[in-house]
Structure formats: structure tokens, C-alpha cells
Design a protein around this ligand. Structure first.
Ligand code: LLP
Length: 417
């Protein structure tokens, strides 16, 4: 459920006409809905009300400061994967003790920054990393709270690029290695092992892989107890999917019930790292039709948003709903919606049934709130889109559109004087 609805013949973001936003701020334009963020966060978080838990929003899904602030106000912690994301979370005044830090390649500087901030814990993905964190913590006269990220070797049955918990993936440690790594962690004076972590993939549409991973982790937890470790946190990562097209993922409530059932006898604080299920349907990408053209076999709708703005269709062949901002009764035809970038892979939709739109009209690309703006780039020297956050009838320019000057701001001109 989201708050982008048609009223009086046109698309609204809450109480604001999307057409007016496009007129004022230009296109391509990301528009997010505060009410949808609140609704999704609360639906997810309340599903775990029966357990001690902390919902850490996965910053990579949508890292705009206004969004992080909004979620933090609702009680969210954050799951980060870089020094940059730590900087964003701290800039949005997220309490450091609600931040968990995942990722296979944390650099020394990033570890230092996180120790200095005193984050809740590091989710450690290799023995090398464990030793590195220990050394840095000792240098800084600190003790780092850590979880080891376990790779439970479960097939999440999602796109191969976003499956992370299988043996062949680069993430985490397998269960046997993990036991040895916990034993090592116990001996390292700069390390305090406080949790177990796992994340098996993204856009999961069934519960079974989560439950299978959880069973393996529970067995592992029993083994760990024999080491006498004080494990207080169980981090199950993110990954719950959303409906882009025909998918029917479990509702967060079902997800919660299933996990609570498995965990209720364990005296642990559950950490979750949802990204997409919170943010995915909170945002749309608004784009203007620049031209249309037909070839012998195809009809193209050329829009002003491209793969640099929303790369998901090109990268994962993912489906995003597309509709007119101001619908008109017109015949439908089969089209490719493509952007201006010089690559055949630059499309937002292929073989899509759309009304016969014309140049100058606006289209909304739905489900663009997660992994939309955060994966955008300046490829083809395109300025990144602006981001708007709507709250009822209020409009916040959450991020300005980049300018040409921004494109070259960090470069030398190298002109011969
Ligand atoms: N925790 C960890 C350690 C992760 O690696 C991820 C996502 C999450 C949490 C959040 O997962 P979510 O709840 O959003 O599924 N760019 C891709 C998705 C990549 C996900 C990477 N890791 C896409 O656009 O589909």
C-alpha cells in the first residue's frame, strides 16, 4: 500500500499533484511519500513487537538525509556498509548505538571512524577483517563489539546478483569456519563477540529460505553456547521482497510471526536490516516523454530518465510499473520505454503495454524508492535527479538537482594558459 493515487484525473503524491511537482522542480524527479515510509516502517517494526528487537534500515536502499532522519524519528536504527553511509547516518543524527556495520571490505579508516563513533556492532565477514578490527581497536584503546556473518548456504531463489547466502557468494564465513573464528575472537583483546549475523539475499518472495537459514543459525548458536560466549544479538539481515509486478511476497506480519515463533524461547535481541520492504514503494520516478518513434518492429517512447537514474531494469531486468501522470483515454500499444543514454541496455521497460503517449507528457515509474536514486550515476555526464519528500500537502526539496558545475566541481580544467 502506498500513497500515490489518482484523484480528479491525475496522479497525486499524498495531497500534492505530481504534475505540479514536475512543473516546479523539473524531471527526471524522485518523489517520496512520508506517509508511506511511516506506514511501511510501522508495519514491519510492529511485526516483531513480541521480541526484543531493533529494526535497522538498510541505508543503501535510500540514503537521503531527510529519509534517514524520518526513519530515525520512528525509532529505526541503521545498517551501513561504508564510511560514507556512517557519515550520512551520523549527519542525520541517528544514535550510533543503533548502527550496525556490514560489508566484506571495510577499510582501516572506515573501521576507525566506526569505533570512534561507538557503533552498536560490526558484522564481520572474514578472519582477516576480524584481526584488522582487533588491531585498530587496540590502537585506539577500545573494544569492538562484533558479530560474525555466517553464510548458511541457503538458496534464496532470487536474482543471482542479489543472492548472498550461498556457498559460492563472497559474503560471510561458512559454519565450520565461523566456529573457529569465534574461538579466535574470544582470544582477541580488542574484540567482544556479542552477536551472530546473516543475510541471505534480497527481494525474497517466500519465507522458507529465511526459516531454513534461521534453523541453521539456531543450531550454530547452540554450539556457540558451549564456548561460553555471551551472545546477545541475532541479526537476520534484510531481504523481504515487495510487489513490483506479479510477485506475492509474504506480508511483514507473516514474516514477523514466522520468526517470532522460531525465536520466542531465545533470550536474544533480534536485529533486522530491511531496505526494500520499507522504501521500495515509497517512491516514484517522474519522467517526461521527449520523443516517440517507430521502426519496422518497435515503437519507442524516449523519456528523459535513463539507466543512470534508475539502473534496476538494465541491471536485473527488473519490472517497474509505468503509468501516465495525467491519464487520457487512448489506445494501448506495445512499446519500449528508453532513455537518452548511448547504450542499448538503457531502458526502463521493454515490450510494455502503454497508452499512446506523446512528447511533453509525464510518466511515473513506480516502486523506485529503494535502490533508485542510491544507484544513480552521472554516466553520459547527466546531472543526477532532484529528490522530493512529500508530507500531506507539504513539499520538501530533499536533494537539489545537480548542475553542470557539480559535474566538474572536483576536476581540474587542465587548460593551456
Ligand atoms: N543487509 C545486508 C547485509 C545487505 O547486503 C542488504 C542488501 C540488506 C540488508 C537490505 O536488503 P533488502 O531488505 O533491501 O532486500 N540493488 C539491488 C539490491 C541489492 C541488495 C544488497 N544488499 C536491487 O536493486 O534489487
Amino acid at each position: 500500500m502506498h500513497h500515490f493515487t489518482y484523484r480528479d484525473g491525475e496522479l497525486y503524491a499524498e495531497d500534492v499533484a505530481v504534475r505540479e511537482l514536475a512543473a516546479q522542480y523539473g524531471t527526471p524527479l524522485y518523489v517520496y511519500s512520508t506517509a508511506t515510509f511511516k506506514r511501511h516502517f510501522q508495519a514491519f517494526d510492529s511485526a516483531f513487537a513480541d521480541l526484543h528487537h531493533l529494526t535497522c534500515f538498510s541505508v543503501k536502499a535510500n540514503s537521503n538525509l531527510c529519509i534517514l532522519r524520518l526513519l530515525s524519528d520512528l525509532g529505526a536504527g541503521m545498517d551501513i556498509v561504508s564510511g560514507g553511509e556512517l557519515f550520512r547516518a551520523l549527519s542525520a543524527k541517528v544514535p550510533a548505538r543503533k548502527i550496525v556495520y556490514s560489508g566484506v571490505g571495510k577499510r582501516a579508516e572506515e573501521i576507525r571512524e566506526a569505533l570512534l563513533a561507538d557503533i552498536l556492532m560490526f558484522n564481520v565477514e572474514s578472519v582477516d577483517e576480524l584481526r584488522r578490527i582487533n588491531e585498530i581497536a587496540l590502537e585506539m584503546d577500545k573494544v569492538a563489539r562484533i558479530s560474525l556473518r555466517i553464510n548458511p548456504d541457503v538458496d534464496p531463489k532470487t536474482h543471482p546478483y542479489i543472492s548472498t547466502g550461498m556457498e559460492k557468494n563472497k559474503f560471510g564465513l561458512d559454519i565450520e569456519q565461523s566456529l573457529e573464528a569465534y574461538k579466535l575472537a574470544q582470544t582477541l583483546p580488542g574484540i567482544e563477540p556479542v552477536g551472530i549475523d546473516c543475510h541471505i539475499g534480497s527481494q525474497l518472495t517466500t519465507l522458507e529460505p529465511f526459516l531454513e537459514a534461521l534453523r541453521r543459525i539456531k543450531d550454530f548458536h547452540k554450539k556457540l553456547k558451549t564456548l561460553g560466549l555471551d551472545i546477545r544479538f541475532l541479526d537476520l539481515g534484510g531481504g523481504l521482497g515487495i510487489t513490483y509486478d506479479q510477485e506475492e511476497p509474504p506480508h511483514p506480519k507473516e514474516f514477523g510471526q514466522a520468526l517470532v515463533q522460531e525465536l520466542k524461547d531465545m533470550d536474544l535481541t533480534l536485529i533486522l536490516e530491511p531496505g526494500r520492504v520499507i522504501a521500495g514503494n515509497t517512491g516514484i520516478l517522474v519522467t517526461e516523454v521527449v520523443y516517440t518513434k517507430s521502426t519496422k518492429t518497435k515503437h519507442f517512447v524516449i523519456v528523459d530518465a535513463a539507466m543512470n537514474d534508475l539502473i534496476r531494469p538494465s541491471l536485473y531486468q527488473s519490472h517497474h510499473g509505468i503509468a501516465e501522470v495525467v491519464p487520457q483515454q487512448r489506445p494501448v500499444r506495445n512499446v519500449d520505454v528508453v532513455g537518452p543514454i548511448c547504450e542499448t541496455g538503457d531502458f526502463l521497460a521493454r515490450d510494455r503495454e502503454l497508452p499512446e503517449v506523446k512528447s511533453g507528457e509525464l510518466l511515473a515509474v513506480f516502486s523506485a524508492g529503494a535502490y533508485g536514486f542510491t544507484m544513480s550515476s552521472q554516466y553520459n555526464s547527466r546531472t543526477r535527479a532532484a529528490e522530493i519528500l512529500v508530507d500531506g500537502a507539504n513539499v520538501i526539496l530533499a536533494r537539489k538537482r545537480e548542475t553542470y558545475a557539480d559535474l566538474v566541481a572536483l576536476e581540474r580544467q587542465c587548460l593551456q594558459e
